[in-house]
Design a protein around this ligand. Sequence first.
Ligand SMILES: [Zn+2]
Length: 621
Amino acid sequence: MYRFSRKFWFALLALCFTNCIHAAAWNAALHAEKTGFQETGRYEEVERICAALARQYPTWVRCESVGSSSEGRIIRAIVVNRSGVSGNAKRPAGTIRKSPVVLVIGGTHAGEIDGKDAGLILLRELLASKAHDNPLNKLVMVFVPVFNVDGHENRGRFLRPNQNGPLEQGERTTARRINLNRDWMLAQSPEMQSMLALVRRWDPLLTVDLHVTDGLRYRHDVALSMSPMFGIDPDLKHQSEVLQQDVIAQLRRKGHQPLDFYPTLNDPDNPDAGVIQDADAPRFSHVYAVLRNRIGLLVEDYAWNDYKSRIEVCKNTLDAVLRSVASRGQSLLNLTQQADSKSFQLGGRQVALDWRNTLETGPAHASEQVYLQGYQYTLHEDAPVVGGRQVSYDMSQPEVWQVPLFKNIRPSAEAMVSLPQQGYLIPVAWASVVRPYLQLHGLDFKSIKRPLRSVSVETMRVREQDVMLEAQSFQGRQRTYVTGQWKPESVDVLPGALFVPIQQRNSLLAAHLLEPAAPDSLSSWGLFNTAYEISDYIASHRELELARWMYEGHEKIRALYGDVLFHQLPNLKQEFDSRLATDEKFKNDPQARLGYWMAQLPPYDPHLNRYPIFRTHLKIP
Ligand SMILES: [Zn+2]
């Protein structure tokens, strides 16, 4: 009989031991559960569970790297697909995926970490469940437990002053102090650049972003909000709202008190003045999804509930969302494909690129009275200790508030835009600025290979007074508001310029990046501000000299500016003299008088105040 050496048996034992550990199912309690929901685990726990689930369910679960944070941590995604994950990651654009993909994001604001623990607990239950109605059978779930991984690890006890637990909380912003839920369009953080790559790869039907409220005292345990009005397809908008209401109904059946909007107090010191529903903007995940003809849902657990209750409602919300998508996923997928097809037809159409609550734009009427589950409160005109106007709540005295709800959201007039028939032309000088954003958002574009002479385009010349710069920076950028009229102009185009066709699946997203009126366009984020900066001037004594020569019909004007202007001088003088005689205001305004003459000269800075992107209504060869 052949005898194995002791060394062999040790090796076999070691191998078995490692494999046994690896093969062990992940069914242990989370750190949050072990501590009675007083604490939440470190990121190491997520890494460990992600790897363990992938080993435990090798055909269903994959532990993916989404990318790296600015401090070099790996952002993980747990991808769950009972039909086998390997075939789903790559597919030709525009084709229908067999299963709807639900992207679930926890820890965007790392201190609001309910989504991580709730999502992991739900996954543990669903993966172990043999129930025939298990929603995981009908969809692909891409779960990012912690998006802001650096914020999650840079934790402290006092980072969420408006929140009841866990003991230590992560930071709201990334290590570079970027708020990820304002970064979906500009994507200046490495975290968001990685997330957009994931979105391009998986094309989620629904994006669910899991947060916790910031401050307001009430008794509703979760708020679910959407902004489907930003989309172009009324059917998809309607069905998005049906999905939201279905989730709300499921939560009510479990005894929760959900809200279908995220309320903001009209007067922060007086709930009686009513609540507002905001329109939000594409920099938020739930609006960004809509610009891609998909669905976005923002979930806000109520911050003053204890961590255990919050995890319960977050888990039930997520479960309800998955069940709702499982039951209507295929029809929703058909609708998104319909919206994708319509996006190819947006050339020349008028679209609303921004929406506002009517309360922001002028006097507004409350759309309805709403009953909010609140608490008794006291309005102080001379508050204790600090004085002044303040509000305080008595948490032992529940009360129902019947208050006005302001939820009339209308297109913003200045952001009603008729899109170009063909697309956008980005001059080569700006191509390197714009190209990275086109790539990040997965937009179609082509590079112009040969020089083009006298191309008919529309340009926007902006008046100095129509450029408004915000005094404070936001996300480290200077926000800029530019308004103006697009007018026909003929331009030469150098090779290397970019053409972004409007005929593409993501035409709405392209318009949001490239139209100056859009709230999160590259222009609104201040990327084109050099276009509006004066960099040269004519000295005042030279202006006086030129004005005098023009007024006197001096030969030097002919020598400097040519015959055309020279021959106009007698008529200009006559018009000038008659204005002096009849217009008292003009006569008494030296700057206006000087301006009259300077306006006759060819511009010395012809591209000043020209928006650097052009629109084309004709085909670019
Ligand atoms: Zn948040």
